[in-house]
Design a protein around this ligand. Structure first.
Ligand SMILES: *Cc1c(COP(=O)(O)O)cnc(C)c1O
Length: 380
C-alpha cells in the first residue's frame, strides 16, 4: 500500500485542522458582508447597480483588457464569447477533451460541434502541435475561413482551456490559429490571476470567459465575465447578455435574440470584495504550492508546476501518479482520512453526448486522465 500518512499530516498541519479538508473553499475575510449589506440597503439587488459596474472595471484593471462584461456564470460567458467570435449553427470549434463539461457545452449551446484535439503534458491544455497536425491533415482555407475537409464544415473557432490555472502555450496556438484564420477564444474560467509572458490569460485571444463559481479562486456565489481587448465586441457582449434591448428610457425594442445573462448586483457586490483579496489569495496559494513541491520532491509522485514564461494562479493543485492503480490507492487513502482528493475529469468523448465527435489520438489526454489527482488547494 502507498503510504499517504505523511501527506495527511502535512496537509493537516498546513490548514491547521483535524476536520474534513475540501479541495477548495472560499474565504470571506474582507468587505464581503459590508458590500452585500450595502446592496440590500440600496434596494439594487438585481440586474443593475453600482457593483456590477465596479466589478467590470476591476476586471479590466486586473486583466488589463479593454472591456469586461459581468454575466450570470462562466458557462454563459463562454457561450456568448463563442457567438461573438462568429460561431454559428453546424460549424466546428477545436477544443480539448480534457476539460470540464462547460467548455464543450458552451459550443453546443451555439448549435456548433466540438472537435477534440490533444493536450500538452506540461500544461494539460490544448496542444499547438495537435492543432497544427489536425489542420495540416484536414484544414482547407477558403474565402470565409478555414474548413474541415473531412466534414465540409467551417472551423469557426479554437477554444483552449487553461487547466487548473496553468496557461496553455498561447504563442504556439496564436501562430497556428492566425495561419489558418481561426479566432482564438480562451476558456479562462479557471485562470483568474494566471499570466502568460506577463499578459493576463484571457486577453491574448480574441475574447474569453471567466468563472466566479464558488469553487474558483474568487467567487461571486455564481457569476462570470466576458473579457476582450476589442471594444466593439465588448459592447456587443454587454448588449447580447442584457436582452439585446435598444437603449431607450421607456420603450422596449429588442433588435435580435439576446439573453438574460446578467450578473445580479448582489453577486457583483460579493465579487468586488473578493477581487480586493485576490492578490492575498494568490500569494497564499503560491506558498502552499511551494511547500507541496518540496514535499513531493523525490517522492515518486510528481507535483505539477507552472511552465516557463507563465505565472499560474495554482487554483487547483495536482499531482501526477505513476499509473492508474497508484492513482486509485492515493484517492482511497486520502479520502479515507478526510483529505479530499479527486481525479481529473473524464475525457469529453467518454460522455454520451460527445462520444461521436471527431478527435485525434489523444495520447497525452489519456495519459493524464489516468494519473492526475487534485489535492487540497484553498487559501488559508
Ligand atoms: C468553472 C468552469 C467553467 C464555468 O463554470 P460556471 O460554473 O458556469 O461558472 C467553464 N469552464 C471550465 C473549464 C471551468 O472550470
Amino acid at each position: 500500500m502507498m503510504d499517504t500518512t505523511q501527506l495527511v499530516s502535512f496537509v493537516r498541519e498546513h490548514f491547521n485542522t483535524n476536520q474534513f479538508i475540501p479541495l477548495h473553499e472560499p474565504r470571506f475575510r474582507g468587505n464581503e458582508k459590508k458590500y452585500v449589506a450595502e446592496t440590500i440597503d440600496s434596494t439594487f439587488v438585481s440586474s443593475v447597480g453600482a457593483f456590477v459596474d465596479q466589478f467590470e472595471n476591476r476586471m479590466q484593471d486586473i486583466t488589463g483588457a479593454a472591456k469586461s462584461v459581468a454575466v450570470v456564470n462562466g458557462t454563459a460567458s463562454l457561450q456568448v464569447a463563442l457567438r461573438l467570435a462568429g460561431v454559428k449553427k453546424d460549424e466546428e470549434v477545436l477544443t480539448q477533451a480534457l476539460t470540464f463539461i462547460a467548455t464543450a457545452n458552451a459550443i453546443v449551446y451555439n448549435n456548433a460541434i466540438p472537435v477534440f484535439l490533444d493536450v500538452d503534458l506540461d500544461t494539460m491544455g490544448l496542444s499547438p502541435k495537435a492543432v497544427e497536425n489536425f489542420l495540416e491533415e484536414f484544414g482547407e482555407l477558403r474565402e470565409d475561413g478555414c474548413y474541415n475537409k473531412s466534414t465540409g464544415r467551417r472551423i469557426a473557432a479554437c477554444m483552449p482551456m487553461h487547466t487548473f490555472g496553468f496557461p496553455v502555450h498561447l504563442d504556439g496556438l496564436m501562430a497556428v490559429c492566425n495561419k489558418w484564420k481561426i479566432p482564438l477564444v480562451e476558456d479562462a474560467a479557471e485562470s483568474l490571476g494566471s499570466f502568460y509572458k506577463g499578459k493576463h490569460t484571457g486577453t491574448i485571444g480574441l475574447i474569453s470567459g471567466f468563472s466566479f463559481n464558488g469553487n474558483k479562486v474568487v467567487t461571486s456565489g455564481g457569476g462570470g465575465a466576458i473579457v476582450t481587448n476589442d471594444v466593439e465586441l465588448g459592447i456587443q457582449a454587454k448588449y447580447l447578455t442584457t436582452t439585446a434591448k435598444r437603449p431607450h428610457p421607456y420603450e422596449f425594442f429588442h433588435d435580435e435574440l439576446g439573453y438574460n445573462f446578467r450578473m445580479p448586483n448582489l453577486n457583483a457586490a460579493l465579487a468586488c470584495a473578493q477581487l480586493e483579496s485576490l492578490n492575498g489569495f494568490l500569494e497564499d496559494k503560491r506558498i502552499l504550492a511551494n511547500k507541496y513541491a518540496e514535499f513531493f520532491k523525490d517522492s515518486g509522485i510528481k507535483f505539477k508546476q507552472e511552465t516557463a514564461y507563465t505565472k499560474a494562479n495554482y487554483w487547483l493543485m495536482c499531482v501526477e501518479l505513476k499509473n492508474k492503480a497508484e492513482r486509485e490507492e492515493f484517492l482511497k487513502n486520502t479520502n479515507d482520512q478526510s483529505i479530499m482528493t479527486r481525479p481529473i475529469w473524464n475525457l469529453m468523448y467518454r460522455l454520451p453526448m460527445y462520444a461521436n465527435c471527431q478527435r485525434d489520438a489523444q495520447a497525452n489526454a489519456e495519459f493524464l486522465e489516468e494519473r492526475i489527482v487534485n489535492i487540497p488547494s484553498s487559501a488559508r
